[in-house]
Design a protein around this ligand. Structure first.
Ligand SMILES: Nc1ncnc2c1ncn2[C@@H]1O[C@H](COP(=O)(O)OP(=O)(O)O)[C@@H](O)[C@H]1O
Ligand SMILES: [Mg+2]
Length: 287
């Protein structure tokens, strides 16, 4: 048994379904994300990947099913509660405070961990000063960690695109999460930026944070993840083959040779399959 197989789940998605009116966006999905791993979810547009993140983070709670985080059911918790429990996320479409500096964006991210009361803020008590300093120091550390410290005082809107993505990650890390959800973090990146992003994801996991990412690019996925789940479109879109579900490119088919279906669970984010890399050297290397 590998260490990974023995790892406890940090997140359990248990028969989760999400309906928007008549549309079934996520259909009876069940899987675990294990502590300390990099878990990737792949699938075509519209498969329900972002909807699943929205369900986990309390934006659109599931219609049915359970979400369990660290052994505690969090189904239906509000976004601020989910953040306080230790789950942070980034968004497929970058969401930053455009007219705030990078530093302030990350400082704001720490809000859910701050203790100063209104009284302290109004009268600028020593406790408030200390907390402000701690928050600023931590924000600077995180900007350096994600590699954009040169943009500390730049408005978020004026940052290069790749740095904006990194800033979002820094802000998510500022909430001090144990689970980080990244929604297509490499979208729009150059190949070089993708390689650098993989390096950052590994650095994050080295800090003891579990990473669950949604990604289209199989190179990114194969470079960072040991376990990958594929999500196909809902059954009524019969035109989408499983190849398409896994990325749809020739390169993807190449990757399929490296991957072996471990189980064929029923759903899509039902026609959901779990894949496991079977090359032992790869499994050992990502330790
Ligand atoms: N808030 C919403 N209201 C109605 N339909 C939605 C909403 N969010 C997502 N959907 C629909 O759910 C399906 C899955 O979307 P999404 O989760 O964004 O897919 P993915 O992230 O896999 O590309 C799509 O058909 C989308 O239009
Ligand atoms: Mg999406």
């Amino acid at each position: 048994m590998t260490v990974q197989a023995a790892a406890e789940p940090i997140l359990r998605i248990d028969h989760v379904t999400k309906r928007f009116g008549g549309l079934v966006a996520v259909d009876d999905v069940t899987f675990d994300v294990k502590k300390g791993e990099i878990f990737a979810l792949i699938g075509p547009n519209g498969a329900g990947k972002t909807t699943l993140f929205n369900g986990i983070t309390g934006i659109f709670p599931p219609t049915t099913g359970k979400i369990v985080f660290n052994g505690r059911e969090i189904t239906g918790a509000k976004p601020h509660q989910v953040a306080a429990f230790g789950i942070a996320r980034t968004f497929q479409n970058i969401r930053l405070f455009e007219y705030m500096s990078s530093l302030d964006n990350v400082r704001l991210g720490q809000h859910c961990r701050m203790h100063a009361k209104l009284w302290d803020s109004l009268f600028k008590t020593p406790a408030e000063h200390r907390e402000e300093q701690r928050v600023t120091d931590r924000a600077m550390e995180l900007l350096e960690f994600v590699g954009i410290e040169r943009h500390t005082h730049t408005y978020a809107r004026n940052l290069p695109y790749g740095s904006q993505r990194r800033l979002e990650i820094a802000r998510a890390l500022a909430t001090n999460p144990s689970l980080l959800l990244l929604d297509e973090p490499a979208a729009g990146f150059t190949p070089q930026e993708k390689v650098e992003l993989m390096g950052l994801v590994h650095k994050i996991v080295d800090q003891g944070i579990t990473v669950f990412l949604i990604e289209h690019d199989m190179k990114v996925v194969m470079g960072v993840s040991r376990r990958i789940s594929g999500a196909a479109r809902p059954a009524r879109d019969r035109g989408i083959s499983r190849d398409a579900a896994l990325g749809g490119s020739a390169g993807c088919r190449g990757y399929q040779r490296l991957l072996r279906p471990r189980s064929s669970a029923p759903g899509r984010l039902s026609q959901h399959r779990e894949w496991r890399d079977r090359r032992p050297d790869r499994i050992e290397r990502r330790g």
